[in-house]
Design a protein around this ligand. Structure first.
Ligand code: NDP
Ligand code: MG
Length: 399
């Protein structure tokens, strides 16, 4: 990853991909707080037309795009009279990424849907503020190769990766011994295997420290989110998997750490609040002054650490399996997980069904060792279809 701290000379024109979600709305808070630095140029939503319209009325972007084509009319009737261009569908989203009036794309859509627009943004040389970790999980090798031959720079938004980035500023990256990614442990950190069998959707959605979208909240409960973050770190920082470890830190105050060749460990601390990493990424690694509450270190009598328990949270091991075999392995894991999490959220499968569904899909899918973009698209479709069949069989009791 290219690491530079640029001086900002005019409002940066930002395309917010997923503006109606948890990261998207917090991004708009930051844009509104620094109007001399940032301008919301393009807003993209999935299907929440009412919120998208409200955001556009406030931020007056040049373009609003809604993925759900059935909502096009509702959005265009509200916004076209205001002089805001409106489009809909996945192709329009991808096209919006290469507009000449966009400087930076903040990717806060959820899941695989982030891949194509991010690739289009990199092809167009846009800077990327990367929240959508699934882009690097699914196609980290391809995306990294594209970044190497592009003028695009990536600034991480994920709090752990922002922390690592901050720890690396001013350091020679060849002296990094280890990346230590912290994990809250999620809502079920202390649960026994027996207790995990009985957890409900509501239990899983109750994250102890972070207020996030539903999909990442479930991924945090299974700890697949941490596996994804290990994969994300491998591609963002070019560190081999055996030098990336996860440690459970229930207070979520240390956002991650880096250990160097001389044994020193640097950490970045802060409240569990995504405004800080979003602000840092949009601000090109500059420290923008904020009136938001600062952390008071003496409020925390103890900061504790535990080794993750992979016997209760086996999804964590998917990181090393995916990075060990490379190719399309992580793409399959992501696809099966998206289908499994959606089924869990609908109450169709139990919490403990998520891991075996991913495992079974992985065992069945063909492996492509050097995938190109089309291979990822095909693998994602196949793996989703297969995971969907497994759920169908399971729910009709023929599994
Ligand atoms: P949310 O579910 O809250 O928001 C997702 C956003 O993506 C919404 O704006 C949604 O639109 C939009 N969207 C969904 N599907 C599509 C699609 N097919 N095309 C275009 N837009 C779509 O998710 P989060 O904000 O929690 O997470 C976003 C990403 O950031 C994820 O990859 C997550 O892993 C990552 N992340 C999130 C963190 C957090 O604190 N939330 C922390 C670190 C990383 P709509 O609402 O209109 O349907
Ligand atoms: Mg994170």
């Amino acid at each position: 990853m290219k690491m530079t701290a640029n001086t900002i000379i005019r409002p940066k024109r930002i395309a917010v991909l997923g503006s109606t979600g948890s990261i998207g709305t917090q991004t708009l808070d930051i844009i509104a707080a620094y109007p001399h630095l940032f301008k919301a140029q393009v807003l993209v939503a999935g299907s929440n037309a009412a919120l998208l319209v409200g955001q556009c009325m406030r931020h007056r972007p040049a373009l609003a795009v809604i993925a759900d084509e059935s909502k096009y009319r509702e959005v265009s009737e509200a916004l076209v009279p205001l002089g805001i261009e409106v489009a809909s569908g996945p192709a329009a989203i991808a096209d919006a990424m290469s507009r000449s009036d966009v400087d930076t794309v903040l990717t806060a859509t959820v899941g695989y849907s982030g891949l194509e627009p991010t690739i289009r943004a990199i092809r167009a040389g846009k800077d990327i503020a990367l929240a959508n970790k699934e882009t690097l999980v699914v196609a980290g090798e391809l995306v990294t190769r594209m970044l190497d031959s592009s003028t695009s720079r990536v600034l991480p938004v994920d709090s752990e990766h922002s922390a690592i980035y901050q720890c690396l500023v001013g350091e020679d990256t060849s002296t990094v011994a280890k990346l230590i990614i912290t994990a809250s442990g999620g809502p079920f950190r202390t649960y026994s295997r027996e207790a995990l069998e009985k957890v409900t959707v509501e239990d899983a959605l109750r994250h102890p420290n972070w207020n996030m979208g539903a999909k990442i909240t479930i991924d945090s409960a299974t700890m697949l989110n941490k596996a994804f973050e290990i994969i994300e770190a491998r591609w963002l920082f070019g560190i081999s998997p055996e030098r990336i470890e996860a440690v459970v830190h229930p207070q979520s105050i240390i956002h991650s750490m880096v250990q160097f060749a001389d044994g020193a460990v640097k950490a970045q601390l802060g409240l569990p609040d995504m405004h800080l990493p979003i602000r840092y990424a949009l601000g090109d690694a500059n420290r923008l002054v904020t009136t938001e509450p600062h952390m008071t270190i003496s409020d925390y009598a103890s900061l504790t650490f535990e080794r993750p328990d992979v016997s209760r949270f086996p999804c964590l091991n998917f990181a090393y399996r995916a990075l060990g075999s490379g190719g399309t392995t992580a793409c399959v894991i992501n696809a099966a997980n998206e289908v499994a999490v959606a089924a869990f959220l609908k109450g169709r499968i139990g919490f403990l069904d998520i891991y075996p569904l991913i495992e079974r899909t992985l065992d069945k899918m063909p492996f492509v060792s050097r995938p190109d973009y089309e291979d990822y698209v095909a693998t994602n479709e196949q793996a989703r279809a297969y995971a969907g069949e497994l759920i169908e069989m399971q729910t009709t009791k023929t599994y």
